[in-house]
Design a protein around this ligand. Structure first.
Ligand SMILES: Cc1cc2nc3c(=O)[nH]c(=O)nc-3n(C[C@H](O)[C@H](O)[C@H](O)COP(=O)(O)OP(=O)(O)OC[C@H]3O[C@@H](n4cnc5c(N)ncnc54)[C@H](O)[C@@H]3O)c2cc1C
Length: 503
C-alpha cells in the first residue's frame, strides 16, 4: 500500500494557539511525525487572553500537566464564572457561573421551580441557589466534586492566567516532546501550481520549510489561510460592533476574587481578570461610538490598583473564516476568526478545533468529506457562541447611549430568535449537538438580562407553594453552610499552587 502518512506538520505562529497546537499534537501523536513551529519575535503575540472556561482543564489532562503545577507556572487563579455589571440596566449585577444552579425536581429543570416560585410571589435571586455564585461572592474556593448525597453538583471552575507564561510553559513541554522551534519571519508562501496546496513557507534570509499539513496560528492576518489561500473572512460587526480594545495590567488588590468581572460602559465593556499578583484589565469598545482617548480614560479611571504596564491598543473585526480547513491548511486561533472575549471563548475554540483536527487527522490524500465535516462542526460552534454573545448585548434595557440603542434595536440572527421565543413562552431551552453553552448558562444570562418567561412549565404549575418554599430553602441552606466551611480563594491558592517567582 502506498505510504500516504502525514510526515511533517508545520505550525506558523507561537502565540497561545501555536503552542497549544504543538504541545497537544506532540503529546497525542506518537512516532514518525515531525512538528516544526515557526514564530517571529519581531512580530510578537497578542498575549492578552487570560480568562478561560472549564474545558481548559481537559487540556491539562491531555498534556498530563497537573493542574497545580500548571497554575503555579502561569500565575494562575481559579475562575467560578463572570460577573456582569450594568449590562441590562445601570446598577445591575449577576454572575454567569460555570456550575449548576439548584437541582432538578422530577422532570423539571430547576429554573422551572424558580419560575413557579416567582409566580407565587416568592422573590429569591437565582444566584441564591448556585453553589458557584455563593462561593464567588464569599471569595471562597476549594475542589468540591459533589455535595454528599444531596444530588447537588460541586463547583465548576476554569482558570485565569498570564497568557505569556502559558505560551512559555507549553513551549517547554513541546520542545521536551520533540517539537522543533524556528525563529524567523515568513516572507513568502509557496503553493503547488496544480493543486494549490501549500508546499513550503519561506523565511527572510531564504530558508524554506516544507510540510504536508500546515496549521496557521499566525494571528489576525491569517498569513496562510487568508493571505496565501484566499479564504475570505465573514464579518459579524453588525451583530457584535466592538472593534477595539485597550489592555493594561494593574497591581493586585485583596481580596483575590475567584471570578472575572465584566462591567458595561457606554460603548462596550471592561474586563477585570485577577491573577495571583496582579490584575489584567481591558476596555473593549466600538470606535464608531467612542474615541480611543475616551476609552482609555474610562479604563484608567476604573482600575482597582496602580497601573503597572503602559496601555496597549488592539483592533479587531469580529467574524470567522469561510472555511477553517482549506486544502492542506487548518486555521486556528485568531487566524480562524475572532469573537470578543466577553465569555472567554477564544482559547477554547483553539482547543476544540484541535480536538476536531485530532479526530479527523488526515493522510496526504486530504479526503474532502472529512474536511467538510470539520468545517461544518466548527461553523456550528462559532455560530452558537456568536448567538450567546449577541444575547448579552441585545437583551438590554439601556438607552443611555447610541451604542446601547443600536444593540437593543438591531436585527439578530434567526437562530437566536428561535431560542429566545421558546424561552420567553414557557422557559424552555433545548441544547443542540456540540453546542458549547449549557442550559444553566443560557438560563443565567437570560434571567440576568431580565428576559423572564411569561409562564413556567405546565407541570411546574401543579407544584404546591409550601413544597416550593421548602425545596428552595433546603437547597439554599445547604449551599450556604457548605460555603461557610470553605477556605478563601487566596488561602487555597497559597496552599496548593502559589506562584514561585515574580513574573
Ligand atoms: C483584546 C483581547 C482580549 C482577549 N481575551 C481573551 C480571553 O480572556 N480569553 C480567551 O480565551 N481569549 C482571549 N483573547 C483571544 C486570545 O488572545 C487568542 O485567541 C489567543 O491568544 C491566540 O492567539 P494566536 O496564537 O492565534 O495569535 P497571536 O498571539 O497573535 O500569535 C501569532 C503568532 O504568529 C506569529 N507570526 C505572525 N506572522 C508571522 C510571520 N510572518 N512569520 C513568522 N511568525 C509570524 C507571531 O510571531 C506570533 O507568534 C483575547 C483577544 C483579544 C484581542
Amino acid at each position: 500500500m502506498q505510504d500516504n502518512r502525514i510526515r511533517k506538520v508545520v505550525i506558523v505562529g507561537g502565540g497561545t494557539a501555536g503552542w497549544m497546537s504543538a504541545s497537544l499534537l506532540a503529546r497525542v501523536v506518537s512516532g514518525g511525525l515531525e512538528i516544526e513551529l515557526i514564530e517571529s519575535d519581531q512580530i510578537g503575540t497578542v498575549g492578552v487572553g487570560e480568562a478561560t472556561i472549564p474545558q481548559i482543564r481537559y487540556l491539562c489532562d491531555a498534556l498530563q500537566y497537573p493542574e497545580a503545577d500548571f497554575l503555579r507556572d502561569v500565575n494562575g487563579t481559579y475562575k467560578l464564572g463572570i460577573e456582569f455589571v450594568n449590562w441590562a440596566r445601570l446598577g445591575d449585577r449577576y454572575i454567569h457561573t460555570f456550575g449548576d444552579v439548584g437541582r432538578r425536581l422530577g422532570v423539571l429543570d430547576f429554573h422551572q421551580v424558580w419560575l413557579r416560585a416567582r409566580e407565587m410571589g416568592i422573590d429569591r435571586d437565582l444566584g441564591e441557589f448556585s453553589f458557584n455564585t455563593i462561593a464567588a461572592y464569599a471569595n471562597k474556593f476549594a475542589h468540591v466534586e459533589k455535595l454528599g448525597d444531596t444530588g447537588l453538583l460541586g463547583l465548576g471552575y476554569a482558570f485565569h492566567f498570564d497568557a505569556t507564561l502559558v505560551a512559555k510553559s507549553l513551549r517547554k513541554l513541546s520542545e521536551a516532546n520533540g517539537v522543533v522551534r524556528t525563529e524567523g519571519k515568513i516572507c513568502d508562501v509557496h503553493l503547488n501550481g496544480e493543486t494549490g496546496f501549500i508546499e513550503s513557507v519561506e523565511l527572510e534570509g531564504g530558508k524554506k520549510v516544507e510540510g504536508d499539513l500546515f496549521i496557521d496560528c499566525s494571528g489576525f492576518r491569517g498569513l496562510l489561510i487568508g493571505e496565501a489561500l484566499g479564504v475570505k473572512y465573514v464579518d459579524w460587526s453588525h451583530w457584535l460592533p466592538a472593534n477595539s480594545a485597550i489592555a493594561v495590567q494593574c497591581e493586585g488588590v485583596e481580596p483575590l476574587l475567584p471570578y472575572t468581572r465584566s462591567t458595561a460602559h457606554s460603548a462596550g465593556w471592561q474586563w477585570r481578570i485577577p491573577l495571583q499578583n496582579r490584575i489584567g484589565n481591558g476596555h473593549v469598545y466600538s470606535d464608531n461610538y467612542m474615541s480611543d482617548d475616551e476609552a482609555q480614560n474610562i479604563l484608567m479611571s476604573n482600575l482597582d490598583g496602580k497601573a503597572v504596564t503602559e496601555p496597549r491598543q488592539l483592533r479587531f473585526t469580529t467574524g470567522k473564516r469561510e472555511h477553517f480547513w482549506h486544502k492542506n491548511c487548518v486555521g486556528l486561533g485568531l487566524a480562524s476568526g475572532f469573537m470578543e472575549p466577553l465569555e472567554s471563548t477564544s482559547i477554547h475554540l483553539v482547543q476544540s478545533g484541535l480536538s476536531r483536527l485530532i479526530d479527523s487527522f488526515p493522510t496526504r490524500d486530504f479526503t474532502q468529506v472529512d474536511i467538510d465535516e470539520y468545517n461544518r462542526r466548527t461553523h456550528f460552534e462559532f455560530d452558537s457562541i456568536r448567538d450567546f454573545l449577541i444575547l448579552h448585548y441585545h437583551a438590554t434595557e439601556r438607552d443611555d447611549s447610541d451604542f446601547w440603542n443600536y444593540c437593543r434595536t438591531m436585527d439578530v440572527p434567526d437562530s437566536l430568535m428561535e431560542k429566545w421565543n421558546l424561552w420567553k413562552a414557557h422557559g424552555r431551552f433545548y441544547r443542540n449537538e456540540d453546542e458549547l453553552f449549557t442550559i444553566p448558562s443560557w438560563v443565567q444570562v437570560f434571567l440576568g438580562q431580565h428576559i423572564v418567561p411569561e409562564q413556567c412549565h405546565g407541570i411546574a404549575k401543579l407544584l404546591r407553594e409550601a413544597d416550593v418554599q421548602d425545596y428552595l430553602e433546603k437547597i439554599n441552606g445547604f449551599l450556604m453552610q457548605t460555603v461557610e466551611k470553605m477556605p478563601s480563594h487566596r488561602e487555597y491558592i497559597e496552599k496548593t499552587c502559589p506562584l514561585q517567582e515574580a513574573s
